[in-house]
Write a protein that binds this ligand. Sequence first.
Ligand code: NAD
Ligand code: MG
Length: 408
Amino acid sequence: MGQTGASPATALEHFEDFLQGAAPRRITILGATGSIGRSTVDLIRRHPRAFEIEALTAQDNVVELAETARLLGARCAVIGNAAHYEALKRALAGTGVEVAAGPAAIVEAAQRPADMVVAAIVGAAGLEPSLAAIRCGTTIALANKETLVCAGALMMAEIERHGTTVLPVDSEHSAIFQVLDSLRMETVSRIILTASGGPFREFTREQLARVTPEQAVAHPNWSMGAKVSVDSATMMNKGLELIEAHHLFGLPESQIDVLVHPQSIIHSLVAHCDGSVLAQLGTPDMRTPIACALAWPSRMPTPVETLDLAAIGNLTFEAADPERFSALRLAREALQRGGAAPTILNAANEIAVGAFLAGRVAFLEIPGIVETVLDRLGSQDVTALDDITRVDREARSSATAEVARLAG
Ligand code: NAD
Ligand code: MG
């Protein structure tokens, strides 16, 4: 194949032309010290004329938060754990960076005027800040999938009401977003989420029973935070992504397939009524979907390795086995059941994964805990944020009790 597409230099010129005359994009990063947050910071540092930082938030890592705030000239830095307030203040003394602490301050950071909020907190803890940004009408680059699982209907209603733009960052959803003609959704017959199958795709049940947290966080293709790595290993990640895709693209569960593709080169596919299937491909590096959101509707150059299909040689596929990966089946059932079930699924999973990482329960007990809590709390209706936070709390305490019983 001959040379196609733009060289990095012309791509950069194109991106700068696109931005010409416009002020730099003002970005807030919620969860700036995590895996997605760091990749976002890495991209922004490469394009200092294109972006400015309004606010950065983190939960505990004061040192990295302060360093990043200095480096990027952030207007504001917020630490979620209020015990670290004085340390953050000291670390940023004399820099002019505003400093705040606590969960309410993270919500306020999300409300500060910005062109884009990158939602990269892990878990349902990101819900209130994301909702706050959505209600301000600020474009949201959404990595924090748990928020859509926990409160999808509410979030989508608020997005609609405030005319907010959502740009998916999860690689599968970014792939679908890139190939989907959202104005012609009626021609889409299915969306197909690809899954690597995680590090234990070929493990026997016996081997799965002995999996350690260290093994579970070492993903073969992607470098990610601990929670999402464990979710990838149990395949709950694909279950959460199924629910995420349902909300983002408005398709029923029955039209969303999961396909195991161990190389993680095809990030997802969209099938149309005429038999045409469109896919998005790339080297597995989250900086591509993040860049896609940061520069949207333009494109910006990234240091991501060029995809070399000849060197890769083969792309392989297999069906996802719902029995082997019961977490995926649980997520499908929760989405079918609706109401509070996805909120319960997410909260119980967060507790179960935390307990596994802390060495309190075994890998194979994670989906069992989620199923027990789903059975216990059954179907309830949820509409307002208050219902969601109540159900989330109940599911966490039920899952905590189940962990104590198992660890007993
Ligand atoms: P991570 O654990 O590496 O980082 C999480 C960030 O959130 C950190 O900055 C942390 O300080 C902050 N945080 C943690 N708990 C918080 C709390 N209670 N309140 C406020 N902030 C808190 O996680 P990650 O891997 O970067 O993932 C972030 C989100 O993106 C997750 O929802 C994950 O599912 C999603 N995602 C991640 C990847 C990936 O490659 N890492 C890919 C797709 C989607
Ligand atoms: Mg994903």
